[in-house]
Design a protein around this ligand. Structure first.
Ligand SMILES: [Zn+2]
Length: 154
């Protein structure tokens, strides 16, 4: 994967707001995006689009409800998900009234700012581990006590 192809999702997410961006361009770009970055790239593009709409629609400061916000910076974060690693890019806004900084997109999606795993990924991991433990325990019981028990009965 080349460096420029990795940024394709970023480009589409921002190019779509241009006046002369057509449906045909969208199809061609999404096709290229899928070829280069797969589903994680598509998710990244969607997140950028949602954030764009969120900021355009006018978001409020979570502390003082002021709508006088300015772009503070952009931060990237790699999240482990069940579809692979998703590179999330989010804008941090600064409230000019109370100086609080926050990311509207992270708040909307309820993403823990300190977590590197999505909640569905954590759930999947937990389920897999639990399942393994039950399977191993059932096998152990069957081996030592010589009675047959399925792992779901435990
Ligand atoms: Zn505020």
């Amino acid at each position: 994967m080349t460096k420029s192809s990795k940024k394709l999702s970023l480009h589409i997410g921002s190019e779509i707001w241009l006046k002369n961006f057509s449906f045909s361009q969208l199809i061609l770009k999404v096709k290229r995006l899928f070829d280069c970055e797969g589903i994680p790239g598509f998710v990244k593009m969607m997140v950028i689009l949602v954030e764009g709409m969120l900021i355009k629609s006018g978001t409020e400061c979570p502390r003082c409800n002021s709508n006088k916000l300015q772009l503070h910076d952009k931060c990237g974060k790699k999240m482990k998900t069940s579809i692979g690693c998703v590179d999330l890019v989010s804008s941090r806004m600064k409230c000019t009234a109370c100086k609080k900084t926050f990311s509207p997109m992270m708040r909307l999606f309820d993403v823990d700012p300190f977590s590197r795993k999505s909640r569905e990924f954590e759930k999947l991991t937990l389920e897999t581990v639990t399942n393994q433990i039950f399977r191993r325990s059932a096998k152990n019981l069957n081996d030592t006590m010589r009675f047959s028990m399925g792992h779901t009965t435990l």
